[in-house]
Design a protein around this ligand. Structure first.
Ligand SMILES: *Cc1c(COP(=O)(O)O)cnc(C)c1O
Length: 425
């Protein structure tokens, strides 16, 4: 960021006035405290509600109310093909082909489905590699999959973590690990953006290395989708999964997503757990005995989709469409740079950044660790009383995410001031 930032509310307001994306904030409902909107820097946990979500949901409730079972058809706008309308906007956000993505289930369910298909321990190649600080659900999923294959977790779960005290995952360390273990690894599962540190990985580089050693590769994009630009098809992993309630703003428990690379589109011999919604639609309702998967990611669907958990996502994806990921990324880099600047300026040595300083290596999240041991619970209460919503990972990590779709520079300013005032108390 060539542009120099300055402390003070005046500059924050000036930056908001000249922000070409500022208008999209109006597409969201911002929680309030008294008469003022809170500084909501928690889009990494639950994105805010798009104003149109209510309309999209009410439309489907009305269809149910007025049409009953016939709501499935409704002249092509009904529930039968409802999930199809997500293919194009999701493909845009993920840099995928429409047939490579599908909106279905929840993240952990999709991860299990993908592990069933892509973790195939055989011969000497039986290990599954994850990052040491993996999100607990991902760890539980892979541990239980190893158990499902009758494999000893202690011997076959390989962990990849930071090699120094920088908290950073490094491609060089990954390569070194593959050089010794690569031929024994069946599957590599990595994050797109690490949930705790906010580090963004180079998906293409990690994929290329793992494939060079003959491993299959999957990514958990929970903190990447809607946050950083993605080029999944080109990067080439075998699969990816994500949830829709963080940066995608699809609402609590929103229907999640799954990517299966085009190279697997016709691989009907891949092991998979099947259900009727993954069956060819032309014969699905003839209820044949044998399963014929839809080509591409949709072939992994199990059940008819949860329409009421998809409808708000339709509203959310329209805002992404209107704003455009490239413009969002430009604003995101400035907004996050501004947060970084203010943290250093206002808090100095009291905090240490866990997140990489290089914009290319992060999304919109900055995680900080407190230098002095901090009574985090009272600090959390202080912050909240000052109308700041952020996320604590006890004992000493605070995660702040200024989201370019709805956060203002003023939100960032107020959050850092509140943090300083809280620390001083
Ligand atoms: C948020 C998150 C999840 C959540 O999983 P659900 O199945 O949606 O409850 C899983 N993994 C990661 C890395 C996450 O950040």
């Amino acid at each position: 960021m060539a542009r120099k930032f300055k402390p003070g509310l005046e500059q924050a307001k000036a930056l908001d006035r000249s922000d070409p994306l500022a208008k999209h904030r109006r597409a969201f409902l911002i929680p309030r405290q008294g008469s003022r909107p809170v500084s909501y820097l928690c889009g990494h946990s639950l994105g805010l509600m798009p104003r149109r979500a209510r309309h999209e949901l009410e439309q489907e409730l009305a269809r149910w109310c007025e049409r009953g079972v016939e709501g499935h058809f409704d002249g092509g706008r009904g529930w039968l093909d409802y999930h199809q309308r997500f293919s194009r906007p999701l493909a845009d956000l993920l840099g995928a082909r429409p047939e490579e993505v599908v909106a279905m289930n929840s993240l952990t369910v999709n991860l299990h489905l993908m592990l069933v298909s892509f973790f195939k321990p055989e011969g000497r190649r039986r290990k599954l590699l994850i990052e040491r600080d993996a999100f607990p659900s991902d760890r539980y999923a892979v541990q239980s999959q190893l158990g499902f294959h009758g494999l000893d977790v202690a011997k076959n779960l390989l962990e990849f973590g930071p090699v120094d005290d920088s908290a950073r995952l490094s491609l060089a360390a990954f390569e070194a690990l593959l050089a010794t273990e690569g031929e024994r690894i069946a599957l590599v599962l990595l994050p797109g953006v690490q949930f705790l540190t906010g580090q963004r990985l180079d998906l293409a580089a990690y994929t290329e290395l793992a494939h060079r050693y003959g491993c299959r590769v999957g990514f958990d994009l929970a903190h990447a989708v809607g946050n950083v630009p993605l080029e999944l098809h080109q990067a080439g992993p075998d699969f990816a999964v994500w949830c829709s309630y963080k940066y995608l703003n699809g609402g609590p428990g929103a229907v999640a997503g799954c990517f299966v690379h085009a190279r697997w589109a016709e691989a009907s011999d891949l092991p998979r757990f099947a259900g009727w919604w993954g069956h060819e639609p032309s014969t699905r309702f003839a209820m044949p005995q044998d399963f014929v998967p839809i080509s591409g990611a949709q072939g992994w669907q199990l059940s008819n989709p949860a329409i009421f958990s998809l409808a708000p996502l339709a509203a959310a994806l329209k805002v992404f469409d209107a704003a455009g990921m490239r413009a969002l990324r430009r604003k995101s880099e400035r907004l996050t740079g501004y947060l970084e600047f203010l943290l250093e300026h206002e808090l100095g040595d009291a905090v240490r950044l866990l997140t990489p300083r290089e914009p290319r290596e992060r999304g919109c999240q900055i995680s900080i660790r407190f230098a002095r041991s901090t009574a985090w619970q009272s600090l959390a209460t202080e912050l909240r009383s000052r109308a700041v919503v952020a996320d604590w990972r006890p004992p000493d990590v605070l995660r702040l995410a200024p989201v370019p779709l709805y956060n203002r520079f003023e939100d960032v300013y107020r959050a850092v001031r509140a943090l300083r005032d809280s620390l001083e108390r």
